[in-house]
Design a protein around this ligand. Structure first.
Ligand SMILES: *Cc1c(COP(=O)(O)O)cnc(C)c1O
Length: 405
């Protein structure tokens, strides 16, 4: 610990659960370190060299008729979220100066499972189903994939199992899509997982195994059980390139959404992206996808809870997945249950080592006030738009009370 801190003083602040901000000097195009970007170290990027965003997007399009048939909330069978300008939040947050426009990518409202995990998690299971359906059911790329809802395919899928370890949201995504396809699915849930997520999964026909320990233990047990069964596919949140590929499609879709809103990204109009990070798979895949389209004009930052700062610890120390927050005395406990992870993904910390602009941590005490500020500012804006001027003014006075911690 002493040696770690000597080499990098920031680790002392991380260990004390202080809020920190870190710029990654190894990253190509990092804000403020452009001079170093001349010769980026790209060694870690090799791990992602097999990732095919166009291929993944084409696969998701092939599945659209099936998704549309099975999930009423997925319009056109495409699982995507709105890119929403939140100028009211920009005004409400007086402590932060933002010179550009502020947008919210509403992945909390993604169809099917209501979190960013609806990107990678569902993609990996669809890819598996496609492979099995082609090998055993004669499915071809040209077929209308809604045939996969037929009993003859369900009979094929029911011979296979899917397993996953999760703090909640990945389990929801994998559980819902696997059960819908017809796989036998087991979700290994850590202690952080919320009760309603476990209840919902069970109601969909998934088997839920609960652990008193943290996320790492749940994943390890899931991996062990799956390894003993050749018919079982384990969705490995810590190492899966398929998950990563599914998340990376977000980069391509975001480019299209920005174009649709008439927004140009270039050297004078840079894109800053702030991504909540747990094990790193979701924000890593999304950031990697974004970098493929915007290159040095995009700056991606990971946000982590002060009590679960696994990625920034792994990157700052250089130890990546060889160090966990517990090693420096941090408990890993946070209200942000999707981020309650003690050790970063080996795969993603390798790739992000040279791609990520930086990381910062946020104290839990700020999360709900910020969420309230966001909700209130959006509601206020909607009410102002809907009501006559005099009433609207009255309401805005009532609603400007900022929640106290
Ligand atoms: C899982 C999750 C994240 C982070 O994804 P990781 O792959 O664990 O880094 C962020 N936000 C939400 C809502 C999540 O469920």
């Amino acid at each position: 610990m002493k040696k770690l801190i000597e080499k990098n003083p920031l680790i002392e602040d991380i260990a004390e659960c202080k809020e920190i901000f870190w710029i990654n000097e190894k990253a190509c195009g990092s804000a403020g370190v452009d001079a170093k970007a001349q010769s980026p170290d790209t060694s870690g990027s090799d791990a992602a060299s097999g990732v095919d965003i166009d291929g993944a997007e084409a696969r998701l399009l092939r599945f659209a008729p099936f998704i549309e048939k099975m999930f009423a909330d997925a319009k056109g069978g495409i699982i995507e979220s709105e890119l929403k300008e939140i100028s009211a939040m920009k005004e409400a947050d007086q402590a932060t100066e933002i010179s550009g426009r502020l947008f919210l990518k509403c992945d909390s409202h993604l169809p099917v499972s209501g979190s960013i995990k609806a990107r990678g998690g569902i993609y990996e299971v669809l890819k598996l189903a496609e492979k099995i359906a082609m090998e055993e059911g004669g499915l071809t790329w040209d077929d209308d994939y809604s045939v996969l809802a037929e009993q003859r395919y369900k009979d094929i899928f029911s011979k296979y199992k899917v397993a996953v370890g999760s703090t909640g949201n990945l389990g929801l995504s994998i559980g819902i899509i696997s059960a819908t396809i017809g796989f036998e699915v087991t979700v290994h849930m850590s202690a952080d997982a919320r009760q309603w997520k476990k209840d919902m999964l069970r109601s969909k026909g998934a088997k839920v195994v609960e652990y008193p320990d943290d996320y790492e233990a749940a994943v390890a047990q899931g991996r062990r059980e799956a390894a003993a069964d050749p018919a079982c596919h384990f969705v490995d949140d810590e190492n899966s390139l398929d998950l990563f590929e599914g998340y990376s499609v977000a980069g391509k879709r975001l480019r299209k959404q920005l174009e649709e809103q008439g927004i140009t990204i270039d050297k004078e109009h840079r894109l800053y992206v702030y991504l909540p990070c747990g094990v790193g798979g979701a924000p890593g895949g999304v950031a990697w996808g974004i970098k493929q389209y915007f290159g040095d004009d995009a700056y991606c930052f990971f946000a982590e809870p002060t009590h679960a700062p696994c990625m920034v610890l792994g990157l700052v120390s250089g130890l990546k997945n060889k160090i966990a927050v517990g090693d420096i005395g941090i408990d890993g406990k946070t209200e942000a249950d999707g981020l309650a992870v003690g050790r970063p993904s080996a795969l993603v910390s390798d790739i992000m080592d040279t791609q990520l602009t930086g990381c910062y941590t946020v104290d839990d005490a700020k999360l709900y006030p910020y969420l309230a500020m966001l909700t209130d500012s959006l509601r206020r804006k909607a009410q102002l738009a809907a009501k006559p001027a005099s009433r609207a003014r009255q309401d805005s006075l009532l609603l400007t009370k900022t929640p106290s911690t």
